[in-house]
Ligand binder design. Structure first.
Ligand SMILES: [Zn+2]
Length: 415
């Protein structure tokens, strides 16, 4: 069925990327930029045009839609989720997508800035794309495949199902979120309205890849209280909190436990912000580990460093505040192994080699998993994300759609 289908993911993608939906980490409104709704409004409208009657955008910019079941079996409700916003790392305004047909392995020079060159030697994944059609931006902006690829692919799945009603499936929910890139993608999501048992985010890279693990994450705030005095008469009185902060930062290990010295499954302690005056200085850290108990170990270690630094100043004191940020979604997914197993089978049925990966970060999926929607991350085809060299192939996008088609069938078959 899917063999004879004329995919629409790329055509949609080329339209969606031209709509600026950049989110803003500095903004405190929700969504952080109103322009994200420009795309969400269109998505809801296009879903309604496909006959999905309840498709709508809410006041926060979330798009919800339901594709009703067409089987008598009791199939768990599955949600497909993607985010509409793009990262703030480089411009998302006036994105001009360029299709490079039948890629032959040559350098791709982006037309609006000839210094932006996509080279096979720097992006070895391109080796798998020989003969495929590659989409890039024009050299001055990001492309926005993260995550408009996921958006376009889910839209194409909806289109496929509305044109192939004989393909049996359970109830399917669609969720498009704003503000994922600033970590607030699920801040106003209505889980009742999502109404699904299990979910999949479409926000991954290489075709065939599946991510069922993220970091577990805490934040630590260290507030150092010094002693203030008039600097002209401060002898033996003043204790400068900023100088204690400097000692703490200097005491952090140089060759381990930092983002710049770790990869794979190793976590880290990472200072992200310092703010202060002589009297009082705050250091904010993020703590990351794939094992949740590993967070506690790192937090205890950091506390020891802080204690040692502060100890040399008897009149100084400190507060140490740990805040939970998110948890490794594997803790939830291991309780529901079939969610990942069915995805593996769908990838195999799409003729792809499975690549299991762990995310050195958090996703909306990890947050959704702990909000009651176990939610691994499926590949969407996005590459070199958050950069001007971002690219994606039309063929990878179509494979993502095909994988979802198999996935909804598998859920129906196994019910
Ligand atoms: Zn993303």
């Amino acid at each position: 069925m899917v063999e004879n289908y004329r995919f629409t993911a790329a055509e949609r993608f080329l339209r969606y990327v031209q709509i600026d939906t950049q989110s803003d980490p500095q903004s405190s409104s929700f969504p952080t930029t109103a322009k994200q709704k420009d795309l969400s409004r269109i998505l809801a409208e296009e879903l309604r045009q496909m006959g999905i009657a309840d498709a709508h955008m809410d006041e926060w910019g979330y798009v919800y839609a339901t594709i009703p079941a067409n089987t008598d079996k009791k199939v768990p409700v599955i949600c497909f989720c993607a985010h509409v916003d793009t990262a703030s790392d480089c411009s998302g305004t006036h994105v001009k997508p360029v299709v490079h047909k039948n890629y032959r392995g040559d350098d791709i020079i982006l037309p609006d800035d000839k210094t932006q060159i996509l080279r096979l030697s720097e992006y070895p994944y391109l080796q798998t794309q020989i003969g495929n059609d590659i989409i890039t931006a024009s050299g001055t902006t990001l492309l926005g495949s993260d995550d408009k690829a996921g958006v376009a692919e889910i839209m194409d799945l909806a289109n496929f199902l509305s044109n192939n009603k004989e393909l049996k499936h359970g109830e399917i929910k669609i969720l498009f979120t704003p503000d994922e890139e600033v970590g607030r993608g699920v801040a106003h999501v209505d889980m009742k309205k999502v109404g699904a048992d299990f979910g999949y985010t479409l926000d991954g890279g290489e075709r065939g890849s599946l991510e069922d693990e993220t970091f577990s994450a805490d934040g630590v705030q260290v507030i150092i209280h010094g002693v203030i005095a008039h600097p002209g008469y401060a002898k033996d009185k003043m204790i400068n909190a900023m100088k204690i902060a400097g000692r703490i930062l200097d005491a952090l290990p140089k060759d381990r436990l930092s983002p710049e010295s770790t990869e794979g499954k190793r976590g880290f302690i990472h200072p992200v912000r310092v703010e202060g005056i002589a009297e009082k200085c705050t250091i904010e850290f993020i703590i990351r580990d794939f094992e949740t108990p590993g967070l506690k170990k790192k937090e205890d270690f950091l506390r020891t460093l802080v204690e040692e630094a502060v100890r040399s100043f008897p009149k100084a004191r400190f507060d140490y505040i740990v805040t939970e940020q998110y948890r490794n979604m594997k803790e939830v997914l291991d309780v529901h192994p079939h969610v990942v197993d069915y995805a593996k089978e769908a990838i195999a049925r799409a003729g792809l080699e499975l690549k299991m990966e762990s995310i050195r970060g958090g996703t909306d999926g990890s947050r959704l998993s702990f909000m009651g929607l176990p939610c691994p991350n499926l590949f969407a085809g996005e590459q070199a994300i958050h950069s001007k060299l971002e690219f994606i192939s039309i063929q990878d996008m179509n494979k993502a759609v095909e994988t979802m088609v198999h996935l909804v069938q598998i859920w129906e078959e196994k019910a």
